[in-house]
Every structure is written in C-alpha cells, then in structure tokens.
Design a protein around this ligand. Sequence first.
Ligand SMILES: NC(=O)c1ccc[n+]([C@@H]2O[C@H](COP(=O)([O-])OP(=O)(O)OC[C@H]3O[C@@H](n4cnc5c(N)ncnc54)[C@H](OP(=O)(O)O)[C@@H]3O)[C@@H](O)[C@H]2O)c1
Length: 292
Amino acid sequence: MMNVIVTGAEGQLGSELRAASRNSANNYVFTDVCRLSGADTSYLDITDAASVKAFFLSRKADVIVNCAAYTNVDKAEDDAAAADLLNRQAVRNIALAAIDCGATVIHISTDYVFGGDGRVPYKENDAKNPLGVYGRTKLAGEEELVGSGCKAIIIRTAWLYSPYGKNFVKTMASLMATRQEVGVVADQVGSPTCAEDLAAFIYGIIEKGMLGHTGVYHYTDAGVVSWFDFAREICRLGGWDCAVKPLRSSEFPSKVRRPHYSVLDKSKTAETFGVEVPYWKDSLARCLPKIK
Ligand SMILES: NC(=O)c1ccc[n+]([C@@H]2O[C@H](COP(=O)([O-])OP(=O)(O)OC[C@H]3O[C@@H](n4cnc5c(N)ncnc54)[C@H](OP(=O)(O)O)[C@@H]3O)[C@@H](O)[C@H]2O)c1
C-alpha cells in the first residue's frame, strides 16, 4: 500500500482527486491551509519547509501530488513575492522533502509558461516565454523540481473548471442566470479542462503504478475553442436566455497580458500513459449540471 499526500486538497483539482480516490486501496492523505469541504483535511502549509519535511517523513510518503498554488493570475501581478513563495519556493520545499523520503512528486503546472504567440500546439520542450508573474513563478517552480533531482512528473494543464472554487464556468453560469448579455473575449483560444478528467488521469498514474515515467507532460481536454465559444456552449447547455457577445482582449480590462494561443500538444502524454483525452464539449456537458 502506498501513502499518497495531496497538498492544496481543498482546491478544484484536490477536491476532484479526493472524489476519484475514494475507493482506493492506497492511503490518501489530504492537506491544505484551509478546510472547506468538511472532510478530513490535515493542516499543511507548503511554504513551511520544516513542517513539509516532518509531515512527509511521519506519514512515510511514497507519492506527493502538489495541487497547491497561487492561482490568481491578476492578483499575482501586485503580489509577486507571495506568488513566488507558493509557486517556486514551496515547490522546492516539497522537492527536497520528497528526496528525503524517496517519494515521487506529481506537480501541476500551466500553459502560462508559454508566450501564446504560437500557431501549433505547444510541445513540452518548446521555448518558454511567460507573460506575467503567475507564469514566471510557475515556470520557476518546474525548474526547482527538475534542478533538485527529485523523482517528478510535471503535468501542465489549462483552463481548469469544476464545481469547486472559482473558475470561468461557474462565473459564466452565475452571470448568465442573472444578465441578459455577457461580453467574452474571442481572440484567445485554448482547451478547457474538466478538473475531474485531470484528477482521473493523475489517479490512474498512481494506481496503475506508472510513477516511473518522470518528466514533463501536457494534459487538457481535447479540442480548441475561444473563451467566447466556450461561453456560448455553457449558455446553450445551461439553457439560459442570455446573449453572448464577442470582445477583443483589448476591450477587456486586465492587469496581465494573457496568451492568445494556449493549446498544448498531448501526444507524449497519450503515448506514455495510454490515455484517451475526453472532448471538451462532452466533459462540459457532464460537469455543468453539477455546477448549476
Ligand atoms: N485554475 C486553472 O485554470 C489552472 C490552469 C492551469 C494550471 N493550473 C494549475 O493547476 C493546479 C491546481 O489548480 P486549482 O485551480 O485546483 O487551484 P486552487 O483551486 O486555487 O487550489 C489551490 C489550493 O491550494 C491552497 N493553498 C494556498 N496556499 C497554500 C499553502 N501555503 N499551503 C498549502 N495549500 C495552500 C489554496 O487555499 P486558499 O484557497 O485558502 O488559498 C487552495 O485550496 C495549480 O498548480 C495551478 O497552478 C490551474
């Protein structure tokens, strides 16, 4: 039996991983700095190196899934030190503690490590060019993991949504239920990812004993769509009577420049782990009723 420690377990991905692992024969331990779900969540602040090391050693960690991160992309622009602490320094804490336990780290990163000026899906080793603090600190976190020499699987994902926390689908659902019109940017494209699908992928890696495949991988749902078309589909599936209007990025006030093209190539992931990635519309149709 393996001991699997999940950090940031009260967030979107952590919550889905909790649900996915309910019937596992392995021992999953869920940790966070907050406790929202009412479920059994242990307190672990990953910015505290000594606590991280003591926790992993006392629980005899075999696998650490790091779902914790500073994820507020706009706020990070004014709060670079806090973003660096959580997205880089804390990842180093996890890496060093994992080495002491001989554990493997599964770490989640982002499409924002790329500049978004491409035209074909980004492969794992393509040149990085983060546009803001969030992307820079997440890239620095990846580099800390790789530089530490710990056993690590780094999974870059994008456009996560779920019934938990804050995300685009939940925001649209609440706006569309109350407004007659919403404006959504139409000149940024990417691939939505249902957090349940990503959690199932991570759970499969652990449960099928595929932890030896260390390296960097991409995982999003399949297909490419603009935020505008994504919103249209949310509105259609939700049955709301709300007009969705296309906006240019320049019309949408934001502190941070966002990638125009955020599509990740998942062929290495499919070849290595033998996964079939669900189509984004199918996943949205499955998830939206839980959000509504
Ligand atoms: N959301 C997206 O669209 C997206 C896109 C690409 C990649 N990702 C990556 O995917 C991963 C999961 O994202 P998510 O959306 O599930 O994140 P999330 O919902 O923001 O969850 C992160 C969790 O980490 C907790 N946390 C904050 N500080 C902590 C600390 N010092 N120690 C331990 N836990 C702490 C947060 O608590 P508080 O809520 O109290 O802060 C929250 O419960 C992240 O690595 C993120 O960068 C996300």
